[in-house]
Design a binder for this molecule. Structure first.
Ligand code: SF4
Ligand code: SF4
Length: 59
């Protein structure tokens, strides 16, 4: 299962980028971040550190 970022909540702090063991999170042109669901291992680490609670399982 992959995780996803809610662009309406993300403030682009990039805290999630550095903690992802799969390097699945990248900054995007809108100044926010997005998760490559093909790389995401579903560990949930990014969701745990996001200050805006913008990351959730992509159900
Ligand atoms: S940690 Fe949360 S608010 Fe910060 S860039 Fe990642 S998704 Fe956006
Ligand atoms: S759930 Fe884990 S592997 Fe997936 S994007 Fe977040 S930190 Fe990376």
């Amino acid at each position: 299962m992959a995780y996803k970022i809610d662009k309406n909540k993300c403030i682009g702090c990039k805290t999630c980028v550095g903690v992802c063991p799969a390097m699945a999170i990248k900054a995007t042109v809108d100044g926010k971040c997005s998760i490559d669901k093909d790389k995401c291992m579903g560990c949930g680490t990014c969701a745990a550190v996001c200050p805006m609670s913008a990351i959730d399982p992509d159900l």
